[in-house]
Design a protein around this ligand. Structure first.
Ligand code: ATP
Length: 353
């Protein structure tokens, strides 16, 4: 069931269009990420959802209720939306102990003492903070402080939890652990989570589905796996995972690299929808093989040992192609001539030169 709908949402700041005609449906119980480079409009979208920012055009609908509508002049204030927000900065009150940090917003809502105690204890239990409930934030680690913010959000029983780069201030190891904890909380409480990040690995790990944005425009909405395997355009292909982009020409039904037309033919089936003669071929480093004959000729310029994987940089004419192969499959040396076979290509048409 869809819980949150953004319909033709646009937001401008002066001449900058921060979010441009965004349509989005977030389902109940899913963890949905907004992913994209700095300045692409993720936070502005989240703030419009939360009610901290008004809309220039469009509507925000939650369940069957309109929360914001520019044309109908409807605006439901943030505190009436029953959302909980967790920010990048650890928003904890230093003069309150852990229990009271979590209880504070509930007291503000004038809930009974018993209900507050039940909700707080449950939230502390699920965020592994029960043992430190008497401690003050300055006695706790960064991870524990961010858990206080999560516990506070859970205790509010929100319809939707909005998380804006909540793990950015944590060290990489803790960051990874917290991803699993958030995922776990989502499943246990059946929470709907909207998660903002510029870190694609984080978004891939945590999301059921995600939106990839660039310059205020939605580029693709899908599961992490589908986006990785079927990126709709060059931007998404380059932003999600590693990719080689190989300029190529189609001549007499054959595909050759623009960087070195003499290097050999790329053995592949040209998709029927490709009509242009100039294309960019995108290929993941793991989806290229070394072959003993045929394929595209290149020279190994550099290689790096990444544990079990070897990362090769192969020079083909004026361009460089990156491959990643398992070390146990054998190691080719720098300076060696090699032949490349592309197992899976994404095709993007280009203008004639
Ligand atoms: P980051 O990852 O750096 O937080 P973001 O993807 O969240 O970036 P936004 O913060 O939503 O991007 O900003 C989108 C665009 O809108 C940017 O060009 C930004 O400079 C602009 N912008 C955001 N808020 C304001 C504001 N209050 N006044 C003017 N411009 C703004």
């Amino acid at each position: 069931m869809s819980q949150v709908n953004l319909v033709h949402v646009t937001k401008r700041f002066g001449k900058v269009t921060a979010v441009n005609d965004l349509n989005l449906e977030i389902r109940e119980g899913e963890c949905f990420s907004f992913l994209g480079p700095s300045g692409c409009g993720k936070t502005t979208t989240l703030r419009m959802l939360a009610g901290f920012e008004d809309l220039d055009e469009g509507e925000v609908i939650v369940g069957n209720k309109i929360f914001s509508s520019s044309s109908k002049k409807i605006y439901v204030s943030p505190e009436k939306r029953n959302f909980a927000m967790v920010f990048q900065a650890f928003a904890v009150w230093p003069h309150l102990n852990v229990y009271n940090n979590v209880a504070f917003p509930l007291k503000h809502r004038r809930l009974s003492r018993t209900e507050i105690s039940e909700r707080v204890e449950r939230a502390l239990l699920y965020t592994s903070l029960s043992k430190v409930k008497e401690s003050y934030p300055n006695e706790l680690s960064g991870g524990q402080q961010q858990r206080i913010a999560l516990a506070r959000a859970i205790a509010l029983n929100p319809t939707v939890m909005l998380l804006d780069e909540p793990l950015s201030n944590l060290d990489p190891k803790l960051r990874e652990e917290m991803r699993f904890e958030i995922k776990d909380l989502q499943k246990r409480f059946g929470l709907t989570i909207v998660f903002v990040t510029h870190d694609q690995a984080e978004a891939m790990a945590i999301s059921d589905r995600m939106l990839v944005m660039s310059e205020g425009v939605a580029q693709q909405v899908d599961t992490p796996m589908n986006i990785y395997n079927h990126p709709t355009n060059k931007f998404v292909c380059g932003f999600i995972g590693l990719s080689n982009f190989i300029p190529a020409l189609i001549k007499d039904g054959q595909v050759i690299t623009e960087a070195d037309p003499e290097a050999g033919v790329i053995t592949t089936q040209i998709p029927s929808e490709i009509k242009a003669r100039r294309v960019t071929l995108a290929c993941r480093p793991s989806e290229i093989d070394f072959v003993s004959e045929g394929g595209v000729r290149g020279v190994i310029k550099r290689l790096a040992y990444l544990g079990e994987i070897i990362d090769y940089r192969v020079q083909v004419g004026s361009s460089e192609i990156r491959l990643q192969k398992l070390r146990r499959r054998g190691v080719l040396q720098e300076g060696a001539t090699c032949f490349l076979k592309f197992n899976r290509l994404h095709w993007y048409e280009e203008q004639e030169a």
